[in-house]
Design a protein around this ligand. Sequence first.
Ligand code: FES
Length: 108
Amino acid sequence: MEQTIREVFISNYDELPVRLGKAVVIEDREIAVFRLTNGNVKAIENKCPHRGGGVLSEGMISGEHVFCPLHDWKINVNDGLVQAPDKGCVQTYKTRIEGNQVYVELPQ
Ligand code: FES
């Protein structure tokens, strides 16, 4: 069955700080949004899969990875995968920039 998606406005592009995360709550989802130095905007689930469930929007960004503020797990913001030697993943969300507006795609 095809999954329907919808787009939700999350922020103006120029209000997203470069290399810092921003937490956005949409209904029951908490999403960490990152504006990378290459200009791309990435959105991932705002909860580390490790036991403490660190808030990823408060983590340090380096290139295309975010470091969890609690125990420093390194998570790729493109595919949500935790980098070795640790294991796990977080949900990722597609983003779209239109003019100065940033949207995220959510499952229906
Ligand atoms: S809670 Fe994120 S590394 Fe432990």
